[in-house]
Design a binder for this molecule. Structure first.
Ligand SMILES: Nc1ncnc2c1ncn2[C@@H]1O[C@H](COP(=O)(O)OP(=O)(O)OP(=O)(O)O)[C@@H](O)[C@H]1O
Ligand SMILES: [Mg+2]
Length: 417
């Protein structure tokens, strides 16, 4: 009884397949400089419930199936950790080490093309408080350089917190996606946080306004850079959301909108768009807006001794049609929205960097209804990305097309099927 899984064979079951492949072909021809990166070999030692594991995934779709607690999510987490150096479950490094063991080791061989020499090998070894990361056998001290080797995009059940929860998670999601495309954003965010901490220290200590004014010039510039980058990124994301609209959004029946809001200073999204839109230099425009916020907040800041405006307080408002998704979207709609955002971010990454991120989808079947699942997988098949999908049920015999990987997992033991 695998009929319910036949839809995951997109060529036949997604009416959008041809549409997608056409648009994506045009898009990727324009932008793709590199063939997609694929994981060709993964080895794990003492990672969660895997004492030892070796996996040779297929270049396209890979299905990981097995009962609850088998180790399916753990495997996605391993790929994510190896490439992003953090768990998407927000687990500590120590928590990922197999119980009773002192350390873990992960190794992945990635290739740009099947059989081609161009590729990269990543290794991560963690023991107690020590950790070593290697790129092509050489220890890499610069984490940013390590992180820029291979990119992954992940959707897992708790991802929908992006829509549902407070602004901190949304800022983290969008900032991370932005930094994947443009690593300079990370450095800019670090600088901003440093300046913010210093500004707060000055405010708290009651520093005189001359000192603060000198400081504020740098702070304002740094804040404006972040705001402008985020705005620009949203512009790119909107284009990719529109591409997805024919499937995911049609299931939702309404347009997905994301706008930047500066709630800390009472500036609505429209005000931002109005003030920042149409300007030639978005950074200068953001600076002008932020300077107004700063002037308005000055008295209160002195009273409270803490910064009252800036990108660390801003939010990304996600709307479905005219309603705010956080308040009005159903559980299922929130899932679709989140998935649309993850897919759009992957599309934006592809356009910016000219290559596909590896896609990790945890528990997609319990998260989405059949039609949406078919559409999502159809979309992914058209991008040519390598995809890992977990499910408690075995995929249908034609799922993912010829050459798809099918791996059964039980109690941390994996067998190809
Ligand atoms: N550090 C660890 N050492 C050993 N085993 C661990 C460790 N962390 C988690 N596990 C085990 O891994 C298993 C969970 O694996 P995982 O979350 O990958 O399951 P799953 O196959 O995704 O299940 P589900 O279908 O319920 O989502 C549990 O049995 C858990 O006890
Ligand atoms: Mg799981």
């Amino acid at each position: 009884m695998h009929i319910s899984h036949l839809h995951v064979f997109p060529q036949i079951h997604s009416p959008y397949y041809f549409y997608y492949s056409l648009i994506l072909k045009i898009q990727t021809q324009e932008t793709r400089k590199n063939p997609p990166v694929r994981l060709v070999r993964l080895a794990l030692r003492h990672f969660r419930n895997y004492p030892a594991l070796s996996l040779e995934p297929a270049p396209g779709f890979n299905y990981l199936f097995g009962p609850n607690g088998a180790g399916k999510t753990n495997l996605l987490e391993a790929i994510h950790f190896l490439t992003r150096l953090r768990s998407f479950r927000r687990a500590s490094r120590r928590g990922m080490i197999e119980e009773g063991q002192l350390g873990m080791y992960l190794r992945g061989e990635f290739r740009r093309e099947e059989g081609a020499a161009a590729g990269v090998t990543l290794e991560a070894a963690v023991q107690d408080h020590e950790r070593k990361y290697r790129v092509n056998g050489k220890e890499e001290g610069d984490l940013l350089s390590y992180l820029d080797q291979v990119h992954t995009a992940v959707f897992f059940p708790e991802s929908l917190q992006i829509v549902k929860e407070g602004p901190a998670l949304r800022r983290a999601f969008f900032d991370r996606a932005l930094a994947a495309e443009n690593p300079a954003h990370l450095a800019a965010a670090r600088e901003y946080n440093r300046l913010l901490a210093e500004r707060n220290r000055l405010l708290k200590g009651g520093a005189n306004s001359d000192i603060l004014a000198v400081w504020d010039r740098r702070f304002l510039k740094s804040a404006a850079r972040i705001v402008a980058r985020r705005q620009r990124y949203l512009g790119s994301l909107r284009g990719h959301l529109a591409l997805l609209e024919c499937s995911l959004a049609s299931a939702l029946g309404r347009r997905i909108e994301v706008e930047y809001t500066a709630e800390g200073t009472g500036l609505s999204g429209e005000t931002w768009e109005h003030l920042a839109g149409g300007e030639e230099d978005p950074e200068a425009a953001a600076e002008a807006v932020l300077a107004q916020s700063a002037a308005r907040a000055a008295a209160e800041e002195r009273r409270r001794g803490v910064t009252q405006w800036g990108p660390h307080l801003d939010d990304f408002r996600i709307r479905l049609g005219t309603r705010r998704a956080r308040d009005a979207a159903s559980q299922g709609e929130q899932r679709l929205l989140t998935l649309a955002l993850v897919m759009a971010a992957a599309g934006s990454f592809r356009a910016a960097r000219g290559e596909e991120p590896i896609i990790l989808l945890d528990d997609l079947s319990s998260e989405l209804d059949e039609r949406c699942r078919g559409d999502v997988l159809g979309h992914l098949a058209a991008t040519g990305a390598q995809v890992f999908i977990t499910s408690t049920e075995a995929p249908g015999s034609r799922a993912g097309g010829a050459g798809a990987g099918r791996f059964h997992i039980e109690k941390g033991i994996l067998s190809a099927r």
